[in-house]
Ligand binder design. Sequence first.
Ligand code: AMP
Length: 589
Amino acid sequence: MSWTPIGKPAPVRENANLTDYAAARRDFSWEAERRGLSGLPGGHGLNIAYEAVDRHARGPRRDHVALRWVDRHDRVTEYTYRELAERSGRFASLLGHLGVRRGDRVFTLLGRVPELYVVVLGALKAGCVVSPLFSAFGPEPVRQRLNLGGAALLVTTPELYRRKVAGIRDSVPSLRRVLVTGDEDGPGTSALSPALAAASPEFEIGPTSPEDPALLHFTSGTTGTPKGALHVHEAVLAHYVTARHALDLRPADVFWCTADPGWVTGTSYGVIAPLAHGATLVSDEGEFDARRWYSVLAAQRVSVWYTAPTALRMLMRHGPDTASGYDLTALRFIASVGEPLNPEAVVWGQEVLGHPVHDNWWQTETGAIMIANLAAEEVRPGSMGRPLPGIEAGLLQRGPDGRALVTDGRVRELTGAGEEGELALRPGWPSMFRAYWGDRERYERSFSDGWYLTGDIARRDADGYYWFVGRADDVIKSAGHLVGPFEVESALMAHPAVAEAGVVGKPDPVAGELVKAFVTLHEGYPPTEELRLDLLAFGRRALGAVAPKEIAFDQHLPHTRSGKVMRRLLRARELGLPEGDLSTLESVP
Ligand code: AMP
């Protein structure tokens, strides 16, 4: 947990949004920060989409570029705040015509295309609950999430519909309609473009309580089905404030968030936060490619860049020369989230891009950044940073199961420097999740003795910086995506040859972890290479990008006394650790 200032110390930014950390924490109040937002006209409450687009469309920023979209072929299309307000207004009007009502769940299965922004913002205007899905999911995770959330409407592309939805549509009874991008109706789908063109751009947002549900983001646990973390319109206050503090964002910025729109970062910071500030949001339809990314940074004059460790590690593999051909002088701040950021990546940012990478920490349930390395301070490579103003974090003593130890309803907070405990947060910030959709008991279990328990293990140094140690549970982080082992095991067990499966994260130098499955076969199925390849393909077809990348046959999976597969032991075997010593497991990144 020791740290050394990196290379040439980064100059402390005197003009940063947040310069005096101690004073900002002391004087902070969410209530006072609300003044940065407008609220709905006439005191009719607070609506995310109004804060993100309509208020700018009605003011001096109406002709400022809100969204700059780079398509796969590098063509750039710009949408001003006025245009985005009109288009999202059309979608909100269309929802009314389609009989989709306040509180209904509108799902998206879209890559980074302009329709994504129009649909998300339009559905929020109409008071619907928006749930964006990862477009690289296979049919099974899509089916499960649509069903868990009781989707009323899905917006996707014709191709994604054909590949991932058509085959499961009949098993999602709540799904009344599917809209597909483009001009053509298809079997079971209606075309979005003509419907939008026919709908009115004028849409007055109805009264919205800050506590009205707005966003449903699915995340994974160790057991059971995925969990739908529900966020409310009030969350926009946290998106707005944390972007100013942790990303140093200002209205004049050109901001690029590389997260996929199917994950929480892709909504909180890929849509809402930059628009709430009136900044210009860059969206790149293309997939990762080192040259492409440097060219987006350079050609779009990106000033604030929010990305992820896997992407940074992939850029690092290309060597410093690849970057040198690009003009990155517009870039002034780089931040990263989602997985442990290696200290080398922080240093590489400083040396190759001219700025250190500022790691920050949060999760689906927290809805916004909680802990961050700040622009005005020297980065501590390897540390996630310190809690933002308005956020109280703590470390709780752990019990034998690795989670916070609760005795008679009480937990013990660790106060000594370097002590390792479960990271916990005091509830009360605006973007805290308000429910796990349809699972009250699971929600309540996430809180103890006045703390929200994050499931992460961390340490804190004497200056209050937090250092990530590992997860207290078995969830896997692969290329920044949280993968629930249970979901993968269940999908594999649908194969007739599979009797049982145990799924773990195998350390990987680029993706952090790879999904690896240990599989026990039914009698009569010999463990051939052919079957292994068949299982890999079977997993890919069902699960898409979260499918196992490796499969090993194992007729003797370790079990707990109650008969559950001991994933931690499998992981220990994978790491070549002595099986008796599981305590060291969390420290392995
Ligand atoms: P998600 O809910 O998919 O956003 O994943 C949240 C989880 O990602 C956290 O609980 C951590 O386990 C991990 N995570 C997020 N940010 C960081 C970070 N800066 N360093 C290490 N792990 C992180």
